[in-house]
Design a protein around this ligand. Structure first.
Ligand code: LLP
Length: 413
């Protein structure tokens, strides 16, 4: 696939990572366009002729290059803010293939989404439904809506990325959905389109998705009896990827088990991680090696501000040397960054042969890598590159020190 060793040298498609580091410096995010397109097609093809929309979840990686590549192959998008909406429009997306999720859409966001003609709002509460109705009324329009229900299913993933339990802030309790649908059905400014749920992220088994789907289908039947007919089901994102050797979901099996249950209802999915996660890596340089009697630290130039997942979720990213034959000190290393926090690590206890100046790749960093980065410790955000075959393009410039101050003002008295 996109990243592999060729003659013991790590490549992105046909480009040696070392060449990219020479051209663009370190640290660096590198994406494989072939992988991104391949992953999206896996979802799309699995539906066959069944009506469907694969709405890439922009939050996973919102780089304009990623979005434009997906827009060109006909992807829909799942956005959660005006920023994401404007990004996809700039990237050439067709708004009528986009859904708008998120628990607190502002009046401005609702108005803009209606102006550009999005496919559907995924509404998260009665209060939000009333706000959408109000904006649609002011614009003399009908807002397409789907209610995000909370099916109370345990996604069995990290608690921070589990979203379908009653204790989570998302959606409305599935048992409270009917009065909200009745209100929407009776409003001249709202058009009931579907039901939405998203139970969590990085799921590695199909069964929680199917449990949620069963509950959603019960609601479809109850609504049908009230003459409220939905035309689509949006089952959210959440398909997990391989970070290590874990077993994960077979996308064909997942989609065919959905299709077995849903009759002719159109299906929307919102995969983020499964499209871009394995299609990106984060490359960092070993600055210093520091060993004491208990610990071996490789101090790298990348940090938690660049790739937050290890510090935030104790997430595992595989670490690969960019030269498989590189010789150095063989030990179990903790990869730690330059930030003044004990939690600033990208990997722990990894057996590697290291020398100062080596480059290391943190694999599967394409999703929730760059989008969760920050300027903590006044570190400029890193550059991003997209590779296709033997071609490569800079898709985000490295920030400069000046960029860090651009929007700030001193007090001059
Ligand atoms: N749809 C909704 C409504 C979502 O909240 C999410 C992710 C997705 C779709 C896409 O889920 P995916 O297919 O990527 O699992 N930062 C965390 C993940 C947070 C996911 C938030 N919502 C991480 O780095 O693991």
């Amino acid at each position: 696939m996109g990243f592999s060793y060729q003659n013991h040298i790590l490549h992105a498609e046909s480009v040696a990572i070392a060449d990219l580091m020479k051209t663009y410096g370190s640290p660096l995010y590198v994406y494989s366009r072939t992988d991104i397109e391949y992953n999206w097609h896996l979802f799309s093809h699995a539906f066959g002729i069944h009506p469907h929309l694969v709405c890439y979840a922009v939050k996973a990686n919102s780089n304009l290059a990623v979005l434009s590549v997906l827009a060109k192959i006909g992807s829909g998008f799942d956005v959660v803010s005006n920023g994401e909406l404007e990004r996809i429009l700039l990237a050439g997306a067709d708004a009528s293939r986009c859904v708008f999720s998120g628990v607190a859409k502002t009046n401005i966001e609702i108005k803009r989404a209606l102006e550009v003609g999005i496919f559907c709002f995924n509404v998260e509460s009665m209060a939000e439904m009333i706000r959408i109705e109000q904006v649609a009324k002011e614009m003399s329009m009908q807002a397409p809506i789907s209610l995000r229900v909370n099916p109370d299913v345990d996604a069995k993933t990290h608690p921070y990325i589990s979203t379908g339990l009653k204790e989570n802030k998302f959606g409305v309790d599935i048992d409270d959905a009917i009065p909200i649908y009745k209100m929407a059905y009776n409003s001249p400014y709202l058009k009931v389109k579907g039901i939405d749920c998203h139970i969590g992220s990085q799921l590695t088994k199909i069964s929680p998705f199917l449990d949620a789907l069963d509950k959603v289908l019960e609601l479809v039947a109850k609504l049908g009896k009230l003459n409220i007919h939905v035309t689509h089901l949006d089952l959210g994102g959440g398909v997990g990827i391989k970070y290590d050797n874990e077993q994960t979901i077979d996308i064909n099996a997942y989609i065919s088990s959905i299709l077995d249950k849903v009759g002719s209802l159109k299906i929307i999915l919102e995969p983020g991680r499964a499209i871009v996660g394995n299609a990106g890596i984060f490359v960092t340089k070993v600055e210093f090696l520091k060993q004491n009697s208990d610990k071996s630290f490789a101090i790298i130039d990348g940090a938690m501000n660049d790739l937050l997942r290890p510090s935030f979720y104790q997430a595992y990213h595989q670490v690969l040397p960019i030269d498989e034959n590189a010789e150095g000190i063989d030990a179990h290393w903790d990869l730690v960054g330059p930030i003044c926090e004990t939690g600033d690590f990208l990997a722990k206890n990894r057996r590697l042969s290291l020398s100062e100046g080596d480059y290391l790749a943190l694999m599967s960093a394409g999703a929730y890598g760059s989008t969760m980065s920050s300027n903590y410790n006044s570190r400029p955000r890193v550059a991003e590159v997209m590779v296709l075959g033997s071609q490569y393009t800079l898709v985000r410039e490295r920030e400069t020190i000046q960029d860090l101050f651009n929007k700030e003002y001193m007090i001059n008295d």
